[in-house]
Design a protein around this ligand. Structure first.
Ligand code: KG4
Length: 342
């Protein structure tokens, strides 16, 4: 490590992952440590906010100590501390922010408050550098948005869901099919095999690049409720698979059709995807296909970067340093932080 090196310590705790990463000079990821709470929230069928805060508090020092014990790493070489400042669960965000502010104050280094979705977008820079203008699709449990980036760290939301987020809708349909939490993940797992019979679903009529999942979700739930079940109340496996695959195709195609149209209309050079649902296997294979005849580069994040992590927060922070977007040491978290106000 030389005096000129930029070394970012990044912390993420906005939902159910406690994560710490160290990024050197914007490209060299020295550590990426993630502690997930998925198993702990399973019995509630979703993230239980109070438990998330308690687990972040319990785990943050463990994850931090692990990251900072990197062989040969000198804590005093840290030049910046970055933290997810929002959006996210209020209590959960505060645990990461408290740790970040304490470390930044102790080391007397600048602090950066990073928007969680900017992190999901910039995670794609672990694949390749961005060329602007570009279009980002964010698909997660809480968001379904198409975002235009004319230049680094400038965000214009040009399309968003008018009701449910895609991940939330996936989870609800999956629960109705009897699949365990996190539903989207398990729905994807059982619909991967070849030859599953699918059935067509109605296409929601939504203006512009906006999206809608609530009507489709309710339609599917009503259909599932009418299906015959065995004595234990379970649906036959082939029926579950057929619903899972048909849901995936209808949900993802809606996203991809809007994304494709927006990319053509906005004449972008690149398209990137991010958020939990970007792990979906149908989305990952079809996003390349839909752009096959266009002169637009499609970037999909590595699977490790689709779930919440601090490496993506460090990447976004690297660009914020270039732009001088530092946070005061008195920073507070913003659970409803707006991406367009970055
Ligand atoms: O970004 P994320 O980790 O956090 C939230 O926004 O909460 O996204 C989680 C969401 C959940 O709804 C989960 O079911 C969904 O992403 N998800 C998936 C897949 N992996 C995660 N949905 C469909 N297919 C997947 N492979």
């Amino acid at each position: 490590m030389t005096n000129k090196d930029e070394v970012i310590l990044a912390i993420e705790s906005s939902c159910d992952e406690t994560a710490v990463a160290i990024l050197k000079n914007g490209t060299e990821l020295l550590v990426n440590s993630v502690n997930t709470q998925i198993e702990d929230h399973k019995r509630f069928g979703g993230v239980y906010p109070e438990l998330a805060s308690r687990l972040h508090l319990q785990n943050i020092s463990k994850v931090l100590s692990y990251a900072l014990s990197l062989k040969g790493f000198d804590v005093s070489s840290i030049t910046h501390v970055a933290v997810t400042g929002g959006p996210g669960l209020p209590g959960a965000l505060q645990i990461g922010a408290m740790a970040a502010k304490t470390i930044a104050s102790y080391l007397e280094v600048p602090l950066l408050s990073v928007h969680h979705l900017a992190g999901h977008i910039y995670a794609n820079e672990y694949v390749t550098s961005f060329h602007y203008p570009l279009l980002a699709l964010i698909a997660s449990g809480g968001n379904s948005e198409i975002v235009y980036l004319p230049s680094p760290m400038k965000f214009e939301i040009i399309g968003e869901t008018e009701d449910d987020a895609i991940g939330e809708a996936f989870d609800k349909v999956a629960r109705c099919l009897g699949l365990p939490y996190p539903g989207g993940v398990n729905l994807d797992k059982i619909s991967r095999e070849e030859g599953i019979e699918t059935f067509p679903l109605p296409k929601p009529k939504v203006e512009g690049y906006n999206l809608s999942y609530s009507g489709l979700k309710s339609h599917l739930i009503r259909m599932i409720e009418k299906e015959e079940r065995d004595a234990e109340g379970n649906l036959p496996l082939n029926v579950v698979k057929s619903y899972a695959r048909s849901t995936e195709v209808a949900f993802v195609n809606q996203l991809l059709e809007k994304l494709h149209q927006a990319a053509i209309d906005y004449n972008v050079k690149q398209v990137v995807v991010g958020g939990g649902v970007s792990a979906n296997s149908y989305l990952r294979s079809h996003v390349q296909e839909i752009f096959a005849n266009d002169d637009i580069e499609v970037i999909i994040p590595p699977l490790w970067c689709t779930t919440d992590n601090a490496a993506m927060i460090a990447k976004a922070a690297h660009h914020m340093i270039e732009l001088g977007q530092f946070a005061p040491k008195s920073m507070t978290t913003q659970p409803n932080r707006n991406l367009e106000e970055e």
